[in-house]
Write a protein that binds this ligand. Structure first.
Ligand SMILES: Nc1nc2c(ncn2[C@@H]2O[C@H](COP(=O)(O)OP(=O)(O)OP(=O)(O)O)[C@@H](O)[C@H]2O)c(=O)[nH]1
Ligand SMILES: [Mg+2]
Length: 349
């Protein structure tokens, strides 16, 4: 009897176990599915944004601090009168370090050797440098009656064309001028976005087209807009791909023709150069000068370089005036080039 009960109990236990196992199987959590592939994230090219706040504006001398530092050794020279070879060697080294360039440095050192330094080396050098920066640098901003004045900006990529246009638009609208910006850099959409940000900030109208559109037609449309609104100046951005690409230079010639056709009149063509590239900027400039009738240089990023002497080389070797200099990324960090202030920043005690 006991055996029969034991068998029945065992059967019940085995049956219960079988049911539990079966249930577990049914409820087994299915293995996790492989995660679906994430959609590709499209990160658009970052757009350099206008710097909105200018803190207390540093002086030009502070902005040119790195370039001034190179001239420390000249300012420290106590010699007066006739100059020894050792002293002239120091001057030569300093000028070369500040990227004045070999040709111009040789000419300056020869002049110093001949005339000496009755009031000290720094003063003599200051006078020579100041004397070499004697070009007319007035900026034309009026067109003939019934035409829209156009400023065209050319230069390789990254030199600061768009930022310069934004800064100048800020300056012009603050003077009460009505300004239209043409996003003639249709090479990448981000370029027009960047210009649009500046336009919004400056209170200037921006005419843009889709990426890849014909830059000439953007300029043409912008001229139409400027004329119909009675705007008095159009600032035209252009693409800055490789300077040695004939396509780019051809494109610039075409853009210029369109910009100069009625109702437009190109009154300034600014070649924008990046001071941090030193002597390379000169080589770039020569290629552009051959293609575009450049009327002035905008030299950017003077705040971030010890190569401030490039200003002297540009004016002497290219024979084109530097009309504006960029001394920071903010809206007000572009100033008309002032030779006295510049030379004093480097050499005044
Ligand atoms: N420190 C300093 N930075 C500057 C100055 N001017 C321009 N930049 C910076 O240089 C970078 C390039 O400026 P952009 O205006 O985009 O140059 P771009 O010539 O339009 O370049 P592309 O559109 O690529 O042809 C940005 O980060 C600017 O903020 C300047 O005077 N000082
Ligand atoms: Mg640009």
């Amino acid at each position: 009897m006991i055996a029969i009960i034991a068998i029945i109990v065992a059967l019940i236990v085995v049956g219960a176990l079988a049911v539990v196992v079966a249930r577990r199987r049914q409820h087994r959590v299915p293995p996790p599915l492989a995660a679906p592939p994430m959609p590709e994230v499209l990160v658009s090219e970052p757009v350099p944004r206008p710097v909105l706040e200018d803190a207390v504006a540093p002086s030009l001398r502070q902005r040119l601090g790195s370039s001034r530092g190179v001239f420390d050794r000249v300012r420290a020279l106590g010699t007066r009168g006739a100059l020894s070879d050792d002293v002239l060697d120091v001057v030569e080294e300093v000028l070369l370090r500040s990227d004045v360039g070999v040709t111009t440095t040789d000419a300056i050192v020869a002049q110093l050797r001949t005339q000496g330094a009755p009031e000290g080396v720094a003063t003599a050098l200051r006078d020579i440098l100041r004397g070499s920066l004697d070009r007319a640098r007035d900026v034309r901003d009026q067109a003939d009656e019934g035409r829209v004045a156009v400023w065209l900006f050319v230069g390789v990529n990254g030199v600061g064309k768009t930022t310069t246009i934004g800064k100048l638009a800020t300056r012009l609208t603050a003077q009460g001028r009505s300004v239209v910006l043409a996003a003639g850099d249709t090479f990448r959409a981000a370029a027009a976005d960047q210009l649009a940000l500046w336009g919004e900030r400056a209170g200037a109208d921006v005419v843009r087209a889709t990426e890849g559109a014909d830059p000439g037609s953007v300029i043409h449309d912008a001229l139409g807009r400027a004329a119909s609104r009675g705007a008095d100046i159009l600032l035209a951005d252009t693409a800055g791909r490789r300077a040695n690409s004939t396509n780019l230079l051809d494109e610039l010639r075409k853009v210029r023709r369109v910009a100069d056709r009625e109702p437009g009149e190109v009154v300034e063509t600014f070649l924008v150069l990046d001071a941090t590239t030193g002597q390379n900027a000169l080589n770039q400039a020569r290629e552009f000068l051959a293609a575009a009738a450049v009327t002035g240089i905008v030299l950017t990023k003077l705040d971030g370089t010890a190569r401030g002497g490039i200003v002297i080389a540009i004016e002497r070797e290219l024979e084109i005036p530097v009309k504006f200099v960029g001394v920071g990324e903010g809206a007000h960090d572009l100033v008309p080039f002032d030779p006295d202030g510049f030379v004093d920043s480097l050499l005044e005690a």
